[in-house]
Design a protein around this ligand. Structure first.
Ligand SMILES: [Cu+2]
Length: 296
């Protein structure tokens, strides 16, 4: 199947639409890039990073936005479930490469790839090749539309989230019914999601509590280790179309949680359905959990 591309790069500047360009490399038609500016990187991303005790606190709140654009190129043909090379070029608003990045959460770039129906999720770390260019192999398991949230930090500047789009032609899978189950088993891990409040309300801070038990004996897991410098990582996306920067929330684990539990503070900006992917490290194995929640 031919992967037809697209890449929409979204900067962190408000409402400035950039022009479109297209590129041809090595004789292969690649993509058209268009850059649509969107909101500042200090939107939803920083939710839950207030001055709560025990929270992982990041000092980027006062940093200047770098106003960068990320451009995605995908080259060649792709079959679903076969890794495809992605190239992401980070540029300033004049189109010049951003050459230098700060490590945060142990990586230079965090890339979240989701299918637009939120059935597929992947959290990967592109390799920095210099001169603003990142590369990684990614999977697009089914036909359909995909959104990629590229999270990076130009040196000395605020963390940025650029939104990229990709499309695999063909008939997308049927939409699955949302399951609202809050206890699920992922491999040998039984995960349970609880909240600090009886109902989730838009705009309200809430603690999300993951209990992780060993599936076979129901005892709290004892082999949790830091994952990318924290007790766990939580990505939250609002179910909507199209997915944009404001639908993406990256919550940070609180530093002190009881054994077998991981706590995250966050808030949901709007009412609606959200999907949560909590990722944890059990002695070197990454366990990815997922849950749907409804916010009033
Ligand atoms: Cu990451």
């Amino acid at each position: 199947m031919k992967l037809f591309i697209t890449a929409i790069a979204i900067t962190s500047t408000l409402f400035v639409a950039q022009g479109c360009t297209s590129q041809v490399k090595s004789g292969k038609a690649l993509l058209s890039d268009s850059a649509i500016a969107q909101e500042n990187s200090h939107g939803a991303h920083d939710m839950g990073e207030s001055e709560m005790p025990g929270m992982s606190h990041h000092m980027h709140g006062s940093l200047e936005s770098a106003n960068t654009i990320a451009k995605l190129s995908i080259q060649g043909n792709v079959t679903p479930k076969t890794p495809v090379p992605l190239v992401i070029d980070v540029q300033d608003k004049n189109g010049d490469a951003i050459a230098s990045f700060d490590t945060f959460q142990e990586k230079l770039m965090h890339l979240i790839v989701v299918s637009d129906d939120l059935q597929f999720f992947n959290h990967i770390h592109p390799t920095y090749k210099g001169n603003g260019r990142f590369e990684i192999q990614a999977n697009f398991p089914q036909p359909g539309h995909y959104t990629l949230f590229s999270d990076y930090k130009p040196t000395g500047k605020a963390e940025q989230v650029s939104v990229l789009k990709a499309q695999v032609p063909g008939q997308p899978p049927l939409t699955q019914k949302i399951d609202w189950i809050r206890t699920k088993t992922f491999g040998d891990t039984k995960a349970d999601l609880a909240f600090s409040q009886p109902t989730l309300k838009a705009g309200q801070e809430v603690m999300l509590i993951f209990h992780l038990n060993q599936a076979d004996n129901n005892q709290p897991v004892k082999d949790l280790q830091p994952y990318l410098g924290e007790l766990g990582h939580l990505v939250i996306l609002k179910q909507t179309s199209p997915l944009t920067r404001t639908d993406y929330i990256h919550a940070h684990a609180m530093k002190n949680s009881p054994p077998g539990q991981i706590h995250f503070m966050t808030s949901f900006p709007q009412p609606g359905n959200y999907k949560l992917w909590g990722q944890f490290n059990r002695n070197g194995r990454i366990v990815t959990t997922n849950f749907w929640v409804n916010v009033h």
